[in-house]
Design a protein around this ligand. Structure first.
Ligand SMILES: Cc1ncc(COP(=O)(O)O)c(C=O)c1O
Length: 351
């Protein structure tokens, strides 16, 4: 976008680097619907092993990977339970209801932080033909609309114990699980092993142009392969895309801590400029949610004014704005964003 010097709209905006493009061009390919694309197969195996699962399935999007997870665990007429701000209930446009014929119920959290008791309080099983049966708990880590919140591993483990007792499955929406692992040092396998299925995105902070991977047991992934085709996600020479994912895993994981440090630096500056606008302690990864109402702004007005000065942001509520750091926002862009955003917070809207 012309004139934008710091694009903090989303970490989905990144463009493939030259190295990534070369890897894509050189990728050996085959027909993946027949399971014959060596690069897709390599990516699926690699991600499954990173997360401690038997098998993986490459999908065009995180939404499709999530919906395949839902389809696996929840039968029509049953329900999933999740955080009220979870992407799977808030931003997948009713896909679970439309594609799988299921209902969803939600708990309310602070900044998306997961607590096993919140999930347990909704779980309904063994009540015969009277109430909807809960079949799946969905956890999002990190939590996007919560502001990049990292989920506590002990709460996840406790939920695993409780769900097992009730025969309820667990799916992890790990679109940004890479960020959670980078922020905490917790191994990906430690998160992965607590879930029946995990979806991870290559097209967010990792900088690939397209692609997510669902992991689970071999049998589950075989079933999901059938559903992926039904959902219209069977791709052919998709190795060109999978190569970008492999490149991202090799080159863009370790640098995630740079995004976190830049987000933290900006959060500190904004908290100083307008106390109460940001809680720096709440900034755990690459996402910062700013309460611009504290400085008298509406979210949309703040976004429009910041854009006019070269900083693109996103209004997540009437008085709050989200900023996301990623591969294409360097130190200079962060400096510019800090200058503009702190200035707007200090000055408030023109009356
Ligand atoms: C937490 C989370 N899950 C899933 C998705 C869906 O990914 P996609 O846009 O590839 O469908 C997103 C997208 O931003 C997300 O933030």
């Amino acid at each position: 976008m012309g004139g934008v010097r710091a694009d903090l709209l989303s970490d989905t905006l990144t463009r493939p680097t030259d190295g990534m493009r070369s890897a894509m061009a050189a990728a050996p390919v085959g027909d993946d619907v027949f399971g014959e694309d060596p690069t897709v197969n390599a990516l699926e195996e690699r991600v499954a092993s990173l997360l401690g699962h038997e098998a993986g399935l490459f999908t065009p999007s995180g939404s499709m990977a999530n919906q395949l997870g839902v389809r696996l665990h929840v039968r029509p007429g049953e329900e999933l339970v999740a955080d009220s701000l979870a992407h799977i209930v808030r931003a997948e446009l009713g896909a679970a209801a439309i594609l799988s014929g299921i209902t969803s119920r939600t708990w309310v959290s602070t900044r998306g932080r997961f607590r096993a008791d919140d999930a347990a309080s909704l779980m309904t099983t063994g009540v015969g033909p009277y109430q909807v049966c809960t079949s799946l708990v969905v956890v999002e880590n990190t939590h996007n609309f919560g502001g990049g919140t990292v989920q506590p591993i002990e709460q996840i483990r406790r939920a695993r114990t409780l769900t097992r007792e009730h025969g309820v499955a667990m799916h992890l929406d790990g679109a940004r699980l890479w960020n959670a692992a980078a922020a905490t040092g917790t191994a990906l396998t430690a998160y992965g092993r607590e879930f029946d299925t995990v979806s991870v995105c290559l097209s967010k902070g990792l900088g690939a142009p397209v692609g997510s991977v669902l992991v689970g047991s071999r049998a589950a992934m075989q079933e999901s392969r059938v559903w992926r085709k039904r959902f219209g996600g069977g791709m052919r020479q998709a190795g060109i895309l999978a190569a970008a994912g492999l490149w991202a895993l090799d080159h863009h994981v370790e640098r995630l801590v740079d995004d976190h440090a830049r987000a933290r630096r900006a959060a500190d500056a904004m908290a100083e400029a307008a106390p109460g606008s940001v809680d720096p302690a709440a900034v755990e990864t690459n996402i910062v949610v700013v309460d611009v109402a504290v400085a008298g702004w509406s979210g949309p007005d703040f976004v429009a004014t910041a854009l006019h000065r070269g900083v693109r942001t996103y209004a997540v509520g009437p008085g709050s704005v989200r900023l996301v750091w990623h591969l294409d926002v360097d130190d200079a862009a962060t400096d510019h964003a800090v200058d503009v955003l702190t200035d707007l917070l200090r000055s408030g809207p023109a009356s």
